[in-house]
Ligand binder design. Sequence first.
Ligand code: GLN
Length: 549
Amino acid sequence: MNKLIFVSGGVCSSLGKGVAASSIGALLESRGLNVRMVKCDPYINVDAGTMSPYQHGEVYVTDDGAETDLDLGNYARFTKGRLSRANSVTTGQVYESVIRKEREGKYLGKCVQVIPHITDEIKNRILAVTTEDSDTDVVIIEIGGTVGDIESIPFLEAARQLIHEHGKANAISVHLTLIPEVASGELKTKPTQHSVKSMQETGIQPDILICRSPVMLDESTRRKIAQFTNVDIDAVFTSPTIDTTIYQIPIIFFEQGLDQVILRKMGVESRHAKMKPWHSLMERFRAREGKVRIGIVGKYMALHDTYTSLYEALFHASLECGTEVEFVKIDSSSLEDKEDAETILGEKAPGGGVDGILVPGGFGQRGTNGMVKTVEWARKNNKPYLGICLGMQIMVIEWARNVLGWTDADSTEFSPDTKHPVVSLLVEQINVKNYGGTMRLGASETVNEEGSHIISAYGMNRIMERHRHRYEFSNQYRDDFLKSGLKLAAFTPDGALVECTEWPHSGEARHPWGVAVQFHPEYKSKPMAAAPLFRDFIAAAHREKIKKN
Ligand code: GLN
């Protein structure tokens, strides 16, 4: 029987439950176990795809095209286990399928209820992951939200039943709480005591506590927590606030023996832990010299979570290139006037100028003219540029307006009646009416052209990357762009869709490194293997910065 680890949270949200669950996964993998991760999200949306980035943060896309919670991105960065649609369970999906079965008469006249029908559906979805791959040893199930929330009750009830059915040796509960510090500098354990009480009310006794705290908890605080919560003192751990990187958390947990306690509780023989990759990562982190400043000019800049994978990919690239990366976050709406780009991005800007520009994904017209101004500035000032999804569409629009001289050129997403629709709806999207799950989604193959930056980044001509968009480069203009010097650097295998554009490598319009792609390379970036385009982008920004000085 596979082992189950349920990870829940209490006191408040944003304690780093996803990173804690992922770090446990990483530690168990380092001991040779095969781990799969599941996220249960109590919201009623079927998936994260229709939610505003400001409500929800990033939508993480899997190979099979599921639009999931950003925690799946954490799982992908910390662990190796396969992630697909099956690894993201929401209340919306659960109810959708229970109601469908009810309409099909599958419940044979029964009254359909939260217990057992909703909870059974949740349990079946979790159990499906445990059997999907025959070599799975452990499944870690993170329950979103905070204990005490009305929405999470069915998920906790499903967890309680599974723990009971599997037995304590096969299923355990890890609970994450907050130990706040009050003005006097004292650490307070009361919220943790209450949080564990709420867990106990659901019928789950946490086996392990991870306490988020400004500092490492001392023995007497841990003893006090243990006493009030029925948790063994050696099972009370700290997740201290750190100023390094989230990738240090597996090491911090390892040093406290968290993985050993988990293995002991589940009766798994302890194997030697291979922590070297995490230690070398921290060595690379500390050895970085100098820094490049990257202007990220997008629509949803006020919330870091909106572009989690993107910021992580930049960080992975910084580890690989041996230089720090400073994020200069700029709301593209602030760049509407002509001189704004130079004032905000140029050398005289507060904090100094930026060494590279990244325009990330986004939807809707707001702020897109500011992005066009930014991209024009990057092109004319030889600043390395990476455009992602919307960032590629903006590269195309900028070129059309300023090089081809079609001043009204635009995407039909932003100006439906433009005379030069250089970006337009994908053919398959024309009759699509619903918003949820209907974009071009998930992994597909891209073929890179010889002599392009993209082929040298990947070192191969056929790559698989993930998409999430409705609009594309308009093929009717291919010749105009090619003749004027824009490189069409990658295509779908049938040649039908342009997947990458690059600024000229040679001649008068030569630019050091300007690459934009219709897919999202950030989703597959790993701390120990940065996404190739992010790596080469940071390397180019670094190179150009040194050249200038
Ligand atoms: N709004 C654009 C489209 O749908 C870009 C999407 C994105 O950046 N993910 O094509």
